[in-house]
Design a protein around this ligand. Structure first.
Ligand code: NAP
Ligand code: MG
Length: 479
């Protein structure tokens, strides 16, 4: 295996971009150059899509599910065998703490195993229709799927699109984010080594601005599965419309973390920092709006600030590190602009928000208090290590404020009152919610958003459905 993949992975082999274009990568923890990776042109993309269609027609679509499952189990095994290499690449590429990187690579393997097992249990129905005869449904693959993924969780998000799409019998053209192409390219090679026929998974690194429109509009692309910003998601939806292409969009979020006085709020305070600062806050599920019942505001804030101070912000290669750098200089500047604007408006940074004295795009996690509902920091996705805190008194008014956001991806509710938990869980407009916990992602459960956080679902058996067309067949019993 190549130590650092630097070419496109098309038709089972490495190849440079046709025009020789490359994207330079920088290690965000050291600010040192890391590699130069091929940036696909529209011509490379066309080749990738057309040969993916040939690979789809050439046998993958008709392979028995059990045979596809064997290949997927093989991919999972090779991911596990190369876990350390993949984790080191992710760490160097985007500054992800090495412990998190290892967990995410292992998660990628689990996702392949889940869909390898799932596809053999993925059934149609027989339906008792009014006319005499026999009616049944079939799940058929779509064709070539475009998977476009972001830089914050490059490997698991790539896996949770590629694995169910392949399991269902599709071919995939995977476009990683320009900032984070390395583990996606490796996945292409590992999948091929595990026996996936050439062309069934094509990995085309390259700029979304340069090749995104061509990919989405390519006549052979039947479905676009996208994770990223709401702005790009909206563009993809519009470009997909003329061809009535299937889309699934996982977009931004501004998720609430709601702490009632009747909860184990000390545990909530201890665990809340990592619910927003993990991955340096670059997480679409980050609990960035913290609603605290007013009667516990003061002791809660004290505990929250103390827990935030304890976080280990350091070199991502150290196993103890919890918070690494932001992904780029620009991302850090964008976060700092939100903090500066809030402070200029009189809001208070209770802790953090400054650059530690070291190289790399680090920023101390920040707790912002005294925030008002109209503030930009309260309304917009910052995508960095900033949590905004607001007290509440009335449950219904608080839920109104939660649901006023155009986003609806994830959230947490802390309460020991079962009736309240059920009531609040029903009322909050979000695709994913946890009670007395901050977890959002379970391989076996559907993941996705309400409102401007997206359409469609990743993960669970729902994702497998999303990569198939549903066909109904009726057989007359007698003429
Ligand atoms: P982004 O700019 O939307 O990029 C996501 C992907 O889309 C990248 O591969 C990007 O390529 C590509 N892209 C950019 N412009 C495109 C176009 N015109 N057509 C097709 N593809 C295009 O988002 P990002 O900056 O990478 O990630 C941050 C955002 O993603 C945040 O808003 C975050 O909430 C969201 N996100 C959501 C989830 C979720 O599951 N809901 C998960 C993670 C992130 P380039 O890198 O080459 O620009
Ligand atoms: Mg972008």
């Amino acid at each position: 295996m190549k130590p650092i993949p630097t070419d496109l992975f098309i038709n089972g082999e490495w190849r440079p971009a046709a025009d020789g274009a490359k994207t330079p990568l920088v290690n965000p923890a050291t600010e040192e150059p890391l590699a130069e990776v091929a940036a696909a042109s529209v011509a490379d993309l066309g080749l990738a899509v057309e040969s993916a269609q040939q690979a789809f027609d050439g046998g993958w679509r008709d392979l028995a599910p059990g045979k596809r499952a064997e290949v997927l189990f093989g991919i999972a095994r090779l991911i596990r065998e190369n876990l350390k290499t993949l984790a080191a690449l992710e760490c160097a590429n985007i500054g992800k703490p090495i412990t998190d990187a290892r967990d995410e690579i292992a998660l990628g393997a689990r996702i392949f195993e889940y869909y390898a097992g799932g596809v053999s249990r993925f059934c149609g129905q027989t339906i008792p229709v009014a006319r005499g005869g026999f009616d049944y449904t079939l799940r058929t693959p779509m064709g070539v799927v475009a998977a476009i993924v972001p830089w914050n969780f490059p490997f698991p998000i790539a896996c949770w699109k590629v694995a169910p799409a392949l399991a269902a019998g599709n071919a995939v053209v995977l476009k990683p984010a320009s900032l984070s192409p390395l583990t996606a390219l490796m996945l292409g090679q590992l999948a091929h080594a595990a026996g996936l026929p050439s062309g069934v998974l094509q990995v085309v690194s390259g700029s979304g601005q340069a090749i995104g429109d061509a990919l989405v509009q390519h006549p052979l692309i039947r479905k676009i599965s996208f994770t990223g910003s709401t702005a790009v998601g909206a563009r993809i939806m519009a470009l997909a419309a003329p061809g009535i292409k299937r889309i699934s969009l996982e977009l931004g979020g501004k998720s609430p973390n709601i702490v009632f006085a009747d909860s184990d709020w000390r545990r909530a305070a201890e665990t809340s920092p990592m619910s927003v600062f993990a991955n340096t806050g670059q997480d679409c599920c980050a609990r960035s709006r913290l609603f605290v019942e007013r009667s516990i505001l003061e002791p809660f804030l004290e505990a929250l600030v103390a827990a935030t101070r304890k976080l280990v912000v350091d070199d991502p290669l150290r196993p103890e590190t919890q918070i690494g750098p932001l992904v780029s200089a620009g991302q850090r500047e964008s976060v700092e602009a939100y903090l500066a604007e809030a402070q200029a408006a009189g809001r208070t940074v209770a802790v953090g928000g400054v650059r530690p004295k070291r190289k790399g795009y680090f920023l101390e996690p920040a707790v912002l208090v005294g925030v008002e509902p109209g503030d930009r920091c309260w309304q917009e996705e910052i995508f960095g290590p900033v949590v905004c805190v607001r007290p509440f008194e009335d449950e219904a008014a608080m839920i109104g404020e939660v649901n006023a956001s155009p986003y609806g991806l994830s959230g947490s509710v802390w309460t020991d009152n079962l009736s309240r938990a059920l009531r609040v869980a029903r009322q909050i407009e979000s695709g994913v919610l946890s009670i007395n916990s901050h977890s959002s992602v379970h391989v076996e459960a559907p993941f996705g958003g309400f409102k401007q956080s997206g359409v469609g679902r990743d993960l669970g058996m729902q994702a497998l459905e999303g990569y198939t067309e549903l066909k109904n067949v009726y057989i007359a019993e007698s003429p």
